[in-house]
Structures are given as structure tokens and as C-alpha cells.
Design a binder for this molecule. Sequence first.
Ligand SMILES: Cc1cc2nc3c(=O)[nH]c(=O)nc-3n(C[C@H](O)[C@H](O)[C@H](O)COP(=O)(O)OP(=O)(O)OC[C@H]3O[C@@H](n4cnc5c(N)ncnc54)[C@H](O)[C@@H]3O)c2cc1C
Length: 394
Amino acid sequence: MCDFHHSCTGKIVCYHGAVSRYLMYDAIVVGARCAGAPTAMLLARKGYRVLMVDRDSFPSDIMSTHYIHLPGQVRLQRWGLLEKIIESGAPCIRARTLHFNGTAFQPPDPPLPEGVSPDTLCPRRIVLDKILVDAAVEAGAELREGFPVRGLVQDNGSVNGIRGRPRDGEFEERARIVIGADGLHSTIARLIQPEEYDTKVSLTFGYYTYWSGVPDSGMHIHFFDDAYGVLVFPTNWGQTCIGVGGLNAGFQAFRRDIERNYLKIIDRIPELASHVRAGKREERYLGTADMPNYFRKPYGPGWALTGDAGYHRDFITGLGINDAFLQAELLVEAIDDAFSGRRTEEEAFSHFENERNRFVKPTYDLTVKMASGETIEPMEFMAFGAAMTAMIPA
Ligand SMILES: Cc1cc2nc3c(=O)[nH]c(=O)nc-3n(C[C@H](O)[C@H](O)[C@H](O)COP(=O)(O)OP(=O)(O)OC[C@H]3O[C@@H](n4cnc5c(N)ncnc54)[C@H](O)[C@@H]3O)c2cc1C
């Protein structure tokens, strides 16, 4: 026999494997990190009833390094979250240096709105994601952790809910819109199979870890003619995240002896290598060659995709967090336009797709070119900077 209980929100919860019945939410957000949590937060701040679910629980880490481009940081500031990240001990990074075969170049700061610092941050994801999740909950979103979504509730071709199977039973939840913010291997995208376009296979691989004892001299990215690269990001707890990467074809050979190959590439930068060899590695090596490049149609009846679920690019330009924040604002505007009747659903969500693509296409194209190992001309770097500047909210 099923053991039902009524929660204070009027839900009927059924344990022992039976499906439960729930009141409807305005939005269910699947995935609670850089894309999902700000989307849930902004919707909740507008007064919508939001359920945010994630198969992970928080705080928890995820494979990713940490650079947040300035537009992303401006968004954190206007959401009221930047101070929390600074308070977490993530160092403010004033100097950002690109090195091309040993020649150093510091890109100029873009024009910024008043009161916005050009310093950037590289917070650990275990820190950043928890701040984002907490902000969504504080705004009124309901969070369910350890909640893997396995299916969609669909009616006449329209999505109107999710099915999940957390440890304490089987759940079904319904909403006007289900938002897949569930990352690169999105379950929601797999279930919906939206159109994909402008796709390119994985072009690179990367490995990174954390070191103590490496002095903080700001952020550095080193590019070499043979398409290997090294990134140096000062992050929380006095540690430095150092990553190396190269063309995808080199992945199998690299992973045969990760530490040796990692240090061999760092040895190309003698000063850094001396600090690393005198320093202490604080965590294991993490790496991947799973870096596909794609756009997906990000909406349809009752559903939307955002963050990596809707659009993914190589990590070489460190854009994913920035792009997730941008999309959170664009998608929430679209949902609000549609739900309030200011625009039809088609108008609102096609505007979301067009705006997403208008903002990110220039950086996507340059990312793919860099990841292919092609030479990037100075003018192209300038164009990248201009595209980033265009993403900075007024
Ligand atoms: C090696 C590497 C380095 C990177 N470095 C940078 C960088 O320096 N700067 C930068 O901006 N970006 C970087 N990125 C990219 C960045 O990490 C991603 O773009 C970003 O995390 C995307 O955020 P997201 O919220 O869309 O997805 P994710 O961060 O992947 O979050 C998705 C969430 O969905 C949850 N989820 C998935 N499936 C389900 C399900 N079925 N049910 C419930 N929950 C589910 C997951 O548990 C997860 O919490 C890097 C990526 C990699 C791989």
C-alpha cells in the first residue's frame, strides 16, 4: 500500500514507487548550475513559481575551469552576486596576459558601464555554483537535489512536465514550460531531439589540475604554433588552476602518461615550470576530449534549452559560463514576454534564439577556428573583443 502525505504546499507525495500528483509550476528548470540557477533565480524574482531540479547536490564540483569573461561578471554584479564571489576568496584578477610563442600581449579593457570593475574572477565551480543555487532558492525557487530527470510528460506534442526517479520514489511534476539547463549531455535535448546546426566535431582536448605555491601574477594564456596551449587561472584557497590542451588528434597519446605530458608542455614556460615543480599539486588531473561544437533549436511547445544544452563550443575560449549567464537573461525575458502575452510564444522564443545567436555567433566562429589550430590574425582578436563588449549589459 502506498504511503501518501500532503506537504504544506498542497502537494500529494507518494512513496514506495508510485507516481505522485502535483500542482503545476510555471517553470521547471532541469540542471542547477551556470545556466539553470540564474534562469530559476530571475524567473522567481519576477514572481513565477519555479521548480529547479538537479541530479547532483550542492555544493559540488563539475569538470570546468573558471574564467568568467567581463560580460558574465557584469551580470553577476547586477544580480547582486559578485560580492559573494569576491568574499569567497576568489582573487580579483587585474592582469590578463596572452602569450603567442613567448610574445606577451595584454588586451585593453573594454568600455564598461559606470561602477563596473575591469578585474575578472576565476572562482572554483564548487563555490560559484553554490552561490548561484542559493540565490535561486533565496529568490523563491524550489530546489530538489539528487533528482535525476528520466522522462518528459507530453500531451499532443507539447511538453508539460518531467518524470524523475530520486531515491525516495518516482515523481512526476508539471509546468507551463520545462527548461533543459542540463549541460552538454542534456537528457532533455536527447528526449526532444531538436534540430542541430552549425555543428563541428570535437577539435581539442584539455587536462587541468590545481597547484599551491605558484605566485599569483594574474591570468595567463599561452598559445604555441603547434596548437598546444597552457592556461593559468588564480582561484580560491590560494591555488592556481593550470590547464594544458592541444588538438584532438593528440589526446590518446597524451593520456597514456598524463603527468609526464602535462609537465612537458608546462616546461615550455620555464618560469611557470619552476614554480610548478617547486609547488604542490592539490588535486588529481581532470581532462576531456569531449568538446563538440553545436547550436540547437532552443525551444518548442512547452520546452526550452539553455546553457550547454542549447549551444556548445570548445572550452578554448572559456565562454561557457559567460554564455550561460547571457542566455539566462534572454530566456527569462522570452518566457516573461510569452507568459504575460506581450508576444506570442513563437515571437518570444524565436527572438530568444535569434538574440542568442546574434551575440554568440562571432565568438563561436573564432572559437572553432582557434580550436582547429588555425592561425588567428590580430584583427580577429580585436573582433572577438568587440563581440564580448557587445555582450556587456548596459
Ligand atoms: C575542461 C573544461 C574547462 C572549461 N573552462 C571554462 C572556463 O574557463 N570558463 C567558462 O566560462 N567555461 C568553461 N567551460 C565550460 C563551462 O563549464 C560550461 O559551459 C558550463 O558549465 C555550462 O553550464 P550549464 O549550466 O549549461 O551546464 P553544467 O554546468 O554542465 O550543469 C548541468 C547540470 O545539469 C545536471 N543534470 C544533467 N542531466 C540531468 C538530469 N537528467 N536530471 C537532473 N539534472 C541533470 C547536472 O548534474 C549539472 O549540475 C569549461 C568546460 C570544460 C569541460
